[in-house]
Design a protein around this ligand. Structure first.
Ligand code: SME
Length: 177
């Protein structure tokens, strides 16, 4: 018997995310710099999925209650987002993945680009379990993201930042001039 179309699509999507996670892991082998890791994840995700219109990271800044723009692919992103504000801020505050099928119905949604119609935001934790960023993906299509996207992206950020990320902002941060 053939699997229902949605189940089949989900398993194909899961396989695509798993293969991409392996590729990203291979590209980043031995690279501990967090910016290099985020930039590579954003670039490889954006290249893999056509429906990704904006793909990137908002990083927890030193205040601990605000996000600041990190590496991304796409049109100009807003620079700062307070915890609790917009989809990214809600994901940061709740530490839970947010799937928003229609951004116009999300209270406080921040429209960096009015072409975005749906969005998914995944919290990013380091090896110690501390929130370091959120991964935000927008699409110009409504209802573009499913639980399969959530699981795929959560797995990628766990593999790429939950194990090997050293937390270094820049290799020379701790060296004197
Ligand atoms: N829409 C996001 C803001 C970031 S941009 O989409 C790049 C939000 O509501 O948090």
């Amino acid at each position: 018997m053939r699997a229902p179309r949605t189940a089949l699509a989900s398993s194909q999507l899961a396989a695509r995310y798993a293969a991409l996670a392996d590729e990203i892991d291979a590209v980043l082998a031995g690279e501990g710099d967090r910016i290099a890791r985020m930039a590579t994840v954003a670039a490889m995700l954006a290249a893999e999925f056509e429906r990704y219109f904006w793909t990137g990271f908002y990083v927890v800044d030193s205040s601990g209650d605000e996000l600041v723009i990190g590496p991304y692919q796409g049109t100009l992103g807003c620079l700062r987002i307070k915890f609790g504000r917009g989809v990214c801020g809600v994901a940061a505050l709740s530490r839970e993945t947010q799937i928003v099928p229609d951004v116009t119905t999300f209270p406080g949604h921040i429209a960096c680009d009015s072409r975005s119609r749906s969005e998914i935001v995944v919290p990013v934790r380091n090896g110690a379990g501390r929130l370091i960023a959120v991964l935000d993906v927008d699409s110009t299509e409504a209802d573009a993201f499913t639980e399969a996207d959530a699981r795929g992206l959560e797995d990628i950020v766990r593999r790429i930042f939950g194990r090997q990320d050293t937390g270094q902002i820049h290799k020379n941060d701790n060296q004197s001039a």
